[in-house]
Design a protein around this ligand. Structure first.
Ligand code: PLP
Length: 440
């Protein structure tokens, strides 16, 4: 019999670990210097360094235009306006994501239709997409969730067939490849969060990428009045000088300066994270009850910086042991596991009942011709996902002996799972979170 579980009085598997194993963000001397330069030059509210960063970030992706923003939410808002989304338009979005993927559409008079996720990728399920497209659908928002690239081949084929645009939300998957191609280069436009918790960490910032001049200029017109001189399209130029959205989304130059340095060090950081995370999952290959969210090997797809990594949990392989109990046992071993992920957005009152703008009805329905609120049970994977995922450590360093301890902790819990069935509190009552997660 394997060693006694720490939860049941045995020895903890994981003791002290090196401080830099989880340290994030990583700030180096060059970043400090770059920020000081901005401060000393009094350029905090300028745009010259930001434009340099935009050029470099767009070049990395082989995209024509980059537009820095003060956060990822703003970049996505601009992407929506850039596509021309307005009153009564529908966007389709997976229900399991951070709210900023879709919530900004309300302020444009548009609304959201939620789609289910695939239980293995945790991204938009392409098979649940097509039947949700109506003549009012303007765009599909694709989220490469927790680093896993969504099934872009199928999604792009559907979008072409139906004539709807694709917005990629790349906030979780900077540098990830889908079949050899960078995510954020498939749809008409992409929005990225670059806040310091994300894998490409620069501070509070975001960026929009597109090849389409119209999208770019509309985004500029929406929230960048100071860039009015960049506008060339007659209908935008005719009302330049004030921001159409009434928003001011300029990226802070201290973040842009950090971003320029981050661009240099990110490939190395990403490679080390990828090596560490893949090592962890290789060690656990074939362990009952758990799976990786990573794409198949040799598919040409990768997990980028493995933002907020999750494990898939399969209780049916462990006699129904709840993810709650499984995580309790892991935590006792010193392994920071929490059940769940982002909560299903279609269940939140903001998408069901709240009348944000005093239209006399829920904002979700304010400009729609039908009640598009999903019935309970109609997105079964999203609704049940909190019982079937758990957070795993996000290793920033490849320390094989240390990672082996983490894998050993998981194996120990799985080997002894039958001893945990007795005091199982059951599935998490209120699993997941609305976006605020505490991180290790
Ligand atoms: C973080 C995040 C955003 C928003 O980015 P901010 O920079 O925090 O505004 C958007 N979408 C997803 C999926 C995110 O995780």
């Amino acid at each position: 019999m394997a060693e006694k579980l720490a939860l049941l009085g045995g020895r903890k598997t994981i003791g002290r670990v090196p401080a830099d194993l989880f340290r994030w963000p990583v700030v180096n001397k060059e970043m400090e210097k770059a920020v000081l330069n901005v401060l000393r030059a009094g350029k905090m509210s300028g745009s010259d360094i930001t434009m340099e960063f935009e050029k470099a970030f767009a070049a990395w992706h082989g995209r024509r235009y980059g537009l820095g923003a003060n956060n990822g939410t703003a970049a996505l808002h601009c992407a929506m306006f850039g596509l021309g989304i307005g009153r009564g338009d529908e966007v389709i979005c997976p229900s399991i994501t951070y709210w900023a993927s879709c919530l900004p559409v309300f302020s444009l008079g548009g609304t959201v239709v939620f789609a289910d996720i695939d239980p293995e990728t945790l991204c938009l399920d392409p098979d649940d997409l097509e039947h949700r497209i109506t003549d009012r659908t303007k765009a599909v928002i694709v989220v490469h969730y927790c680093g896993r690239p969504a099934e872009m081949k199928k999604i792009m084929a559907i979008s072409r067939k139906k004539g709807v645009a694709v917005i990629e939300d790349v906030s979780h998957a900077h540098g990830a490849l889908y079949q050899g191609k960078l995510v954020g280069t498939f749809g008409q436009v992409a929005g990225f969060s670059l806040m310091s918790g994300k894998s490409f960490a620069v501070g509070e910032a975001g960026i929009l990428l597109t090849d389409d001049r119209l999208i770019y200029e509309r985004a500029v017109a929406f929230g960048y009045y100071e860039r009015s001189d960049q506008l060339t399209l007659p209908e935008l130029k005719a009302a330049a000088g004030l921001p159409w959205g009434g928003y001011k989304y300029r990226m802070h130059q201290m973040s842009s300066a950090v971003g320029l340095v981050q661009l240099k060090k990110y490939p190395e950081e990403m490679a080390e994270i990828d090596r560490a995370m893949n090592y962890f999952w290789d060690l656990l290959e074939g362990t009952p009850g758990i799976r990786s969210q990573r794409p198949p090997k040799n598919s040409g797809s990768t997990m980028g910086g493995w933002y907020n990594p999750l494990g898939l949990y399969r209780p049916e392989e462990l006699d129904g042991l709840s993810v709650t109990r499984f995580c309790q046992a892991l935590q006792a071993e010193g392994f920071p596991a929490r059940p769940g992920c982002n909560k299903a957005l279609h269940l939140h009152p903001l998408f069901r009942t709240v009348d944000v703008y005093r239209d006399g009805c829920p904002t979700r329905l304010a400009f729609s011709r039908r009640d598009l609120r999903e019935k309970l049970g109609s997105l079964p994977v999203a609704e049940g996902i909190q019982k079937r995922v758990f957070s795993i450590p996000w290793f920033k360093k490849f320390y094989p002996e240390v990672i082996e301890r983490y894998a050993a902790a998981v194996k120990k819990v799985v080997a002894n799972y039958h001893l945990l069935l007795k005091d199982d509190p059951g599935d998490p009552k209120d699993g997941g979170n609305w976006g605020l997660t505490f991180r290790i």
